[in-house]
Design a protein around this ligand. Structure first.
Ligand code: FE2
Length: 241
């Protein structure tokens, strides 16, 4: 159960550490009893983020790595939503970071081996800070699915990775957003480690036609709930004792 500042993982909601269908979990899963370290003062009072850390294109992945006058190749989308606490109140001033593959499913990373080409005008990462009502938005291209070495022919559904920082440097939560209607979601061995269908569905952003820009971009809505019964599933929620 919860002890001090750490929360126990809700095991009906969060995957067990050992899930052999997701091969990497076999070697990552702890084989011995967990030890709980209380957070240190510097972790709790360390750097916080403010709007002045942001560059003007930080929430525009169409352009933040593009040559002047050019933009990333792919389906242009807006991703927007709110960071919410357990009571549904917006969380202001939270640093939200996001990273993703390009439209062909290729990451810009030296260890990336997928044969889909890099897009010279797409870096694949950005950040923003939530406004007073907890809302955020960014522009990007819809990422492509990509294959990964797991079961021989496993493909990740199109997804965007998210990190949310709280009031201090040690308060960081990480999750992934998927796209409504993607048949690969329910075939993904990583998604399949999540025991609750409802938890998976909260990771799937619906198409939001109200937020589209006609003749320009479609929009997807992704709310991130930090805590409580409707909490978003975070990959790295610290474990209590
Ligand atoms: Fe990924």
């Amino acid at each position: 159960m919860s002890d001090g500042p750490l929360f126990s993982r809700e095991r009906t909601w969060h995957p067990p550490a050992f899930t052999p269908g997701y091969k990497t979990s076999v070697t990552r899963a702890p084989s011995r009893a967990l030890v709980s370290f209380p957070p240190t003062l510097s972790e709790e009072t360390g750097p916080v983020f403010d709007h002045d850390v942001l560059g003007p294109l930080d929430n525009d992945l169409l352009h933040n790595f593009a040559a002047p006058g050019e933009s990333a190749i792919g389906q242009r989308i807006i991703v927007h939503g709110r960071v919410l606490d357990e009571t549904g109140r917006g969380v202001p001033n939270a640093l939200v970071e996001f990273w993703q593959a390009n439209a062909g499913g290729r990451y810009r990373h030296k260890k990336e081996g997928y044969l889909a080409p890099l897009d010279p005008n797409f870096g694949g990462c950005g950040r923003t800070i939530t406004s007073e009502d907890g809302s955020y938005h960014f522009r990007t291209v819809k990422p492509g699915p990509y294959p990964w070495p797991n079961g021989g022919n496993d493909w990740r559904p199109a997804h965007i990775h998210f990190s949310v920082f709280g009031a201090s440097f040690a308060q960081r939560l990480i999750t992934q957003m998927y796209f409504e209607g993607d048949p690969l979601i329910w075939r993904c061995p990583i998604v399949a480690t999540i025991p609750s269908r409802e938890a998976v569905e909260q990771l799937i952003a619906p198409l939001d036609m109200n937020a589209t820009i006609p003749m320009d971009s479609r929009a997807y809505k992704f709310d991130i709930v930090l805590r409580g019964r409707r909490a978003t599933l975070f990959e790295n929620r610290p474990e209590g004792t």
